[in-house]
Design a protein. Sequence first.
Length: 451
Amino acid sequence: MNDIAKTGSLAPAQAPTGQLDAFWMPFTANRQFKAAPRLLARAEGMHYYTPEGRQILDGTAGLWCVNAGHCRKPIVDAIAQAAGSLDFAPTFQMGHPKAFELSRRLVELAGKPFNHVFFCNSGSEAVDSALKIALAYHRVRGEGQRTRFIGRERGYHGVGFGGISVGGIAGNRKMFGPMLPGVDHLQQTWNPQEMAFSRGQPAWGAHLADELERIVALHDASTIAAVIVEPVAGSAGVLVPPVGYLERLRAITEKHGILLIFDEVITGFGRVGKPFGWQRFGVTPDLYTTAKGINSGTVPMGAVFAREGLYEAFMQGPQGAIEFAHGYTYSAHPLACAAALATLDVYRDEGLLERVGELDKHWEDALHSLKGVRNVIDIRNVGLMGAIELEPRPGAVGARGFDVHVKAFFEEDLLVRFTGDILALSPPLIVSRNQIDEIVERLRRTLERVE
Ligand SMILES: Cc1ncc(COP(=O)(O)O)c(C=O)c1O
């Protein structure tokens, strides 16, 4: 191990070590990482352990996904059992019992009006699947001219071409040439003058949804297939919807026959205090995407939930015709299904999908106690999601956020995520009040040390 890794000091990047070089790491500054590797070797409950055995408090549920906590025995056992009994089964023109059982459990958890799920293997695939369902739905109903999508600035919808087209993060788009045609974006909702240090949903900003009327008027509603937003923009830094904003998006889309898609890859499975974000915010979309928490991050899986009437619209034509020409080899993979069924049991038995309701005041107070700590310019929270936004260093946007991430890891044994100068927190839903306090205290000490 090199000196940076040992001391945590931020010396200039060194040459990559040979052992780490072959892995082209995703969404990572490869050379910087390989000069100061931050390695995780095993995990249990609320903690990761480094190869040297340091215990790291997981402030981010891995990557917003390990909602039940790490290496939970019932989930581990279910995966092992599945691997030894049905390693793979096709779901194209074939099926296996756990895929059907899981679908039933999921629509039961969602409740009305959701009655079907479509499986895939990630959030990105869930988004592309939802966009395709929206296009095809209009087409099977004779409205094939509805081909436009409307996303939102700062939206993150994964990395497929559909997802980056409706997404609104320039860095994820600019390298990849023309995006899907016919996509417009609503403006993002964060306004520091009006909402800095809001607790929960900001009171200001519902009117930002009215921009949708302008875009609809420009193109004519008859050309628009769907609007897609995250109920809470996660990856761009926990941008919480203003009170009334999602309701207005719903009213406008409904009025114009436009589908509303919520991307619940982060907000799904208990992150905001109900099984799904739409339930927490009281706004029902037509389709919503999930992944991550569906099986607590253990086996890649995603699922799109469809409202009554969507699946049914496809069920026409000859019996032998494939109604929707879309799917993945690993859609409803037996290991992912087994993991999800066991995860749903853990969520149910431990009340985890509602647990955030008991913790979110404590979480909010703990996070907002960082107001006034140096460089902190905003704190945002909803459910068990939180962001601390830092003033960028002049001429070095993102450097301060990165330094906090690295120092927290090496010096405070804390995993905190950063996007530019925004720190994001989303601990597993099993977190205790003491652990919440611990996360915030470790972060406070780190912030006080970072220039
Ligand atoms: C809202 C949202 N949609 C889609 C994705 C993409 O998911 P994946 O990385 O599993 O493809 C993410 C990932 O963070 C996300 O937060």
